[in-house]
Design a protein around this ligand. Structure first.
Ligand SMILES: [Zn+2]
Length: 328
C-alpha cells in the first residue's frame, strides 16, 4: 500500500469566497460609499481623487474603472495585503471579526441586482429612442473642438438628459446637453448609453463627473461600424472617432473605459482584434489583459499605440493640428 504523502487538508475555497459580504472585507482597507446596488471608493491599486473603484456584493467582485483592477475577495486580499492565494483563503476562513453573510442575503442581493439592471437598460433604451442627430448641436461643436468632423455613425447622437435619476421615486435632475453613445451587446442591441455632459457652447460640463453611463456598458461596445472579420477596439469616444476619421472606414468599436477593454463580448464573425491603447500604465495593462483574453477565445490579436509624445489618439490628432507636419 502506498501512502499519499502530498495530501493536505482541503481548503474550502468556495466557503472562503462566500463567508462575508465583499464590501465588509474591502471596507477594512477602503472607505466605501453605497451607490445603487454597489459600493464605490478610492481605488487602493492606483492613485486617484475621484472614486472609480466599485464593489458588488451580489457578484462578490470588485472592479476599478480607472486602472482596470478586478477580481473576487481572494484576489483583493492577495493584492492589497500582498499575500499568496493560500494565505488569503486561510485568512478568510479564520476571520472571526466580521458578520457572516447568509445565502438568503446573497439571494436577495442578486435579485435586487438583476431588477436594477433590467430597469436601467429600459431607461437607457428610452433615452436612446429620444436622442437625435448631433448636427447643429453642442455635441457637434464639442467634437469639432477635438478635431473630429464629418458624418457620424448611428451610434453617436445628441440628447438633453438628466444629470441623475432616482430609481425608487422616478425623480430626475436638471437636464444638460450631452453627447450620447449607444452601447450594444453582442447581438447589436442597444442596452446602455454613455453620456458626455456638455455646456451649450460645446465644452465639457463643469461638473464632478461629466462622463456617466446608464444601463449596461460592461461586455458592450459602441460600434462605429458593423461587425467585420477585423475590428479595432479602443477605450474612449473621442479616441474612437479620431481613429475612424484617420483610417477610412476602419471598423472601430469603443469599449467605454480602459478597464472594459478585455470584456467586450464579440460576435462570432470577429476573427481579428486590433487593440488601440493609450500611452499610459493603465492603458498598457488593459491592452495586455485584453490580448490574453481575446487570444484565449481563439482570435488573433495585435496592439497599436500612439507615438510616445502623445498620451492618446485624440491628443495625437490635435498635436498634428498644432504643429506643421514633418516630412516623412
Ligand atoms: Zn484602480
Amino acid at each position: 500500500m502506498t501512502k499519499q504523502i502530498t495530501t493536505r487538508p482541503q481548503l474550502d475555497i468556495e466557503r472562503a469566497k462566500n463567508r462575508f459580504a465583499m464590501s465588509d472585507v474591502v471596507r477594512r482597507h477602503v472607505k466605501l460609499r453605497k451607490t445603487g446596488h454597489e459600493y464605490v471608493g478610492l481605488c487602493p491599486f492606483h492613485d486617484e481623487n475621484t472614486p472609480s473603484f466599485r464593489v458588488n456584493d451580489a457578484k462578490g467582485l470588485f472592479h476599478c474603472f480607472g486602472c482596470g483592477a478586478s477580481g473576487d475577495v481572494i484576489d483583493f486580499i492577495r493584492h492589497v495585503e500582498g499575500r499568496s492565494f493560500v494565505e488569503a483563503v486561510c485568512e478568510l476562513l479564520d476571520e472571526d471579526g466580521l458578520p457572516e453573510a447568509t445565502p438568503q442575503d446573497r439571494g436577495k442581493a442578486e435579485r435586487r441586482d438583476r431588477a436594477d439592471r433590467a430597469a436601467a437598460i429600459l431607461a437607457a433604451q428610452a433615452e436612446w429612442h429620444e436622442a437625435r442627430s448631433i448636427i447643429g448641436t453642442p455635441a457637434e461643436h464639442y467634437l469639432r473642438l477635438r478635431g473630429i468632423f464629418g458624418d457620424m455613425p448611428p451610434t453617436v447622437r445628441f440628447g438633453r438628459v438628466p444629470l441623475w435619476r432616482n430609481k425608487k421615486t422616478g425623480a430626475d435632475g436638471r437636464r444638460l446637453p450631452a453627447l450620447l453613445l449607444g452601447a450594444q451587446d453582442h447581438t447589436g442591441k442597444i442596452v446602455g448609453v454613455q453620456h458626455v455632459f456638455l455646456t451649450e457652447d460645446g465644452q465639457k460640463a463643469p461638473i464632478a463627473n461629466p462622463k456617466l453611463s446608464l444601463g449596461q456598458v460592461r461586455g458592450c461596445a459602441v460600434r462605429l461600424a458593423p461587425p467585420a472579420r477585423r475590428i479595432i477596439l479602443i477605450e474612449g469616444p473621442e479616441d474612437g472617432l479620431t481613429m475612424r476619421q484617420r483610417v477610412q472606414r476602419a471598423p472601430v468599436w469603443i469599449t467605454l473605459g480602459t478597464g472594459m477593454m478585455p470584456f467586450v463580448e464579440l460576435p462570432p464573425e470577429v476573427e481579428h482584434v486590433t487593440l488601440a491603447g493609450d500611452n499610459n500604465a493603465p492603458g498598457r495593462a488593459a491592452v495586455a489583459k485584453a490580448m490574453e483574453e481575446y487570444q484565449r477565445q481563439g482570435r488573433t490579436v495585435d496592439a497599436i499605440f500612439p507615438p510616445p509624445a502623445f498620451e492618446d489618439w485624440n491628443d495625437e490628432l490635435r498635436g498634428i493640428e498644432m504643429t506643421p507636419p514633418s516630412p516623412a
